[in-house]
Design a protein around this ligand. Structure first.
Ligand code: PMP
Length: 399
């Protein structure tokens, strides 16, 4: 018995986080996990979330009953509208179905299980991508292949090879697309590039599976961050979108997410919904309540929604400011290399282009924690550590 039971290595990102927590050096800088920090380096409970919590607590009708299998429907409907647009024609046509999921990860997994069962095909994920993508799709028994995304030389999107990959993938393959703020590179296609990507995908019947973990957090503008998904829907694609509310509401451990499916007709949509429910029944049965209730309270109320948008801008603007500060410091020190990508990348992360050896050296000499691939969580930087980080980068590229 247990002959195949081997020790699973620790997950790299949580391993790094634990290493950082264990480091007693007071000057350590945690740029590992993608979680927002305020200017004092502390986790930030969004003021609008604080208000929504009070509203929930003081509501005498609030309880802890089960939802249906599809979760909090008011929340999932609002969630679908948030990504597809308030006046989504597809929603009016009843070609959209949505189901609550255990945050973004759970939504990706639910979508992966659904595709494995009813539309199997090779899944193409970007190289590089969020570390969990290959694991989730493999767990759903789908074949996973990478497509090119990053050009290390120019530190831009490897656009030509990306197009080649789209053109040569087997007809009908599934492509995982990051809706905005690509993790880890922070580089998104331009609108013209998205249009060309969509046109090839349509011609080759490639299925878009959007992963949307940073709507509103990326640019501070919810509509701007939803542009690509809405464009694909307008172009008549059937598609899936996995939405996470971890970053844009700061509800990380509350596991608040939604899987939305857009289909060609109402009949397919109704059947898809029933299969989403069946997959939920045998995995989580009922989605977690708290986060979905908080998001629902905010999205149902115009004044709270307005306040949420301001909170989003606070986060997005602070990250943009840190990008500018980091860039300025590197420029002032004339740090060798191209650094313009620091300010042109968007969202939570900067993909510095530092090598594995440089990342290791920075960690041991300066107690700076970033992922092996040189990804920096920009939210970990603030006025008191950004210069120190720039100096560490400067030192490592010169040595
Ligand atoms: N997809 C991507 C690309 C992400 O970066 C994340 C967050 N790290 C997620 C999905 C989902 O995260 P969560 O399950 O915490 O919502």
């Amino acid at each position: 018995t247990w002959t195949d039971l081997t020790q699973q290595p620790e997950d790299p990102i949580f391993k790094l986080l634990n290493e950082c927590i264990a480091d007693s050096d007071p000057s350590k800088i945690n740029l590992s996990i993608g979680a927002y920090r305020d200017e004092t380096g502390k986790p930030w409970v969004l003021p609008v979330v604080q208000k929504a919590k009070q509203i929930l607590l003081s509501d005498p009708a609030s309880n802890h009953e089960y939802f249906g299998l599809d979760g909090n429907r008011s929340f999932t409907e609002a969630s679908a509208r948030l990504i597809l647009g308030q006046d989504s024609a597809a929603m009016k046509d009843k070609r959209v179905t949505h189901i609550q999921a255990v945050s973004g990860t759970g939504a990706v997994r639910l979508g992966a299980d659904f595709l494995a069962k009813f539309r199997p095909g090779t899944v193409y994920i970007t190289n590089p991508t969020w570390g969990n993508h290959p694991k989730i799709f493999a767990a759903s028994h789908l074949k996973v292949v990478e497509y090119n995304y990053w050009d290390g030389k120019t530190r831009t999107i490897a656009y030509d090879t990306l197009l080649d990959n789209l053109n040569t993938a087997p007809v009908g393959s599934i492509f995982v697309l990051h809706a905005c703020a690509h993790n880890p590179t922070g580089l998104d296609p331009t609108h013209d590039q998205w249009k060309q990507i969509a046109s090839i995908m349509k011609e080759r019947q490639l299925f878009p599976f959007f992963d949307c973990a940073y709507q509103g957090f990326a640019s501070g503008d919810l509509d701007r961050d939803a542009w690509a998904v809405r464009y694909f829907v307008e172009q008549g694609f059937e598609l899936l979108v996995a939405q996470s509310f971890s970053k844009n509401f700061g509800l990380y451990s509350e596991r608040t997410g939604c899987l939305t499916g857009v289909f060609a007709d109402k009949e397919t949509t109704v059947k898809a919904h029933s299969q989403f429910c069946a997959l939920v029944r045998c995995s989580i049965s009922n989605a977690p309540g708290f986060g979905a209730k908080i998001v629902d309270i905010v999205l149902k109320d115009a004044a709270l929604t307005k306040e949420w948008k301001e909170n989003l801008k606070t986060m997005a603007n602070r990250i943009t400011l840190m990008r500018e500060k980091l860039f300025e410091h590197l420029k002032k020190m004339e740090t060798p290399g191209i650094w313009t990508h620091i300010t042109s990348q968007i969202g939570m992360f900067s993909y510095t282009g530092l090598t594995l050896a440089q990342v290791a050296a920075i960690k041991s000499k300066f107690h700076v924690y970033m992922t092996d691939e040189g990804r920096v969580s920009m939210a970990g930087l603030n006025e008191s550590n950004v210069k120190q980080f720039a100096e560490a980068v400067d030192w490592v590229v010169r040595n």
